[in-house]
Design a protein around this ligand. Structure first.
Ligand code: FAD
Length: 297
């Protein structure tokens, strides 16, 4: 089923993002995590696409494997960077051939080890990949968005203008980059709707599981760290279990607030692990906001 259709009938949706495991044992751990997460009955799961060459084929291979291993829809991510039109056409045919009809289309980032002087020559932006894919098969297409701004476009209003182009090119729904402050999502959603963008915006949630991770979120992705969360986590440095407990609590409260505020579902960045996500879900499914939304759907 098309994810856009799921988002309109099955509210709130729950979905998980995984990345391609590089070793056989990592692949086994991923399958174990997927089995553990199956109790949540995800509406869809997604498999990211490596920026460099090495994990690209793996992405497709693991997507095909988990398609036979999970009960929800499988969505494969694709990035345009370093790809030619012919390569993307080949991959699109391959995905369509194995029944993967939902694709998350992204631009991707310049790979650190790239020797290609112009890695964006065929697909300058995600919108170019989206319109290209739409012309090949009738994919349902998701793409990324950035409630706190994308690092290359600090002006959010300009970013939303670019987002509109992406949606106009054929993007059916959006998934946000992770954020830790729900106000960022709601402010962004209001601005996006005012700009005439009417596709569902699924919030991306990542439970905090470590102290160093927080600094990385800030520097690598520009995620704003709420003072309250910083003050809860800072005294716990070195105590992984206590930090995870705070992270689960924070993420569960975030999910509850988002669903209360009308978010269409929640998408978990799992990092191929299941425990924190299952713990968040255990908390969330008992809340009135989840139960009442599920009854209405
Ligand atoms: P775009 O939408 O093309 O935007 C990139 C930048 O260009 C933005 O700053 C935008 O404002 C600007 N821009 C867009 N159009 C124009 C224009 N016309 N003129 C000037 N500037 C413009 N990366 C991976 O490598 N693999 C993955 O699987 C992956 N999955 C992701 C999933 C989600 C939900 C998200 C949010 C991100 C994911 N990423 C992934 C990261 C993503 O590839 C990077 O954030 C990348 O920098 C931007 O990709 P994009 O598709 O958002 O690009």
């Amino acid at each position: 089923m098309r994810i856009s259709q799921l988002l309109s009938i099955e509210r709130p949706t729950v979905s998980f993002e995984f990345y391609p495991p590089k070793t056989e044992s990592a692949r086994e751990s991923l399958l174990e995590a997927i089995d553990h997460l199956a109790q949540i009955r995800p509406d869809f799961v997604s498999m990211t696409y490596g920026a460099g060459g090495s994990t690209r084929a793996l992405s497709l291979d693991v997507s095909a494997q988990i398609k036979g291993h999970t009960q929800g829809e499988v969505m494969t991510h694709l990035t345009g960077v370093c790809h030619t039109h012919d390569e993307i056409r080949g991959i699109a045919d391959q995905l369509w051939g194995i029944g993967i009809t939902n694709v998350m289309a992204l631009r991707g980032d310049m790979p650190q080890d790239s020797e290609d002087p112009n890695p964006f020559k065929s697909f300058r932006y995600a919108k170019d990949l989206i319109s290209f894919l739409k012309n090949i098969h009738d994919f349902c297409i998701g793409s990324g968005c950035y409630p706190e701004g994308h690092l290359e476009t600090p002006d959010l209003a300009v970013g939303i203008m670019h987002l509109k182009e992406k949606v106009d090119a054929g993007c059916d729904f959006l998934v946000t980059q992770m954020f830790l402050d729900n106000d960022s999502y709601f402010r962004f959603r209001d601005k996006v709707v005012s700009a005439g963008i009417n596709v569902p915006i699924v919030p991306g949630i990542m439970p905090v599981t470590g102290f160093a991770q927080l600094a990385k979120f800030e520097s690598k992705f520009g995620v704003k760290l709420p003072e309250k969360l910083r003050s809860l986590v800072a005294p716990l440095e070195g105590d992984k279990i206590a930090i995870e407990r705070v992270g689960v609590e924070w993420a569960a409260n975030q999910c509850e607030g988002l669903l209360l505020g009308g978010a269409p579902g929640v998408h978990f960045y799992t990092l191929n692990k299941s425990h924190a996500t299952v713990d968040v879900w255990e908390r969330l499914r008992l809340t009135d906001s989840y139960k009442s939304r599920k009854e209405q759907s």
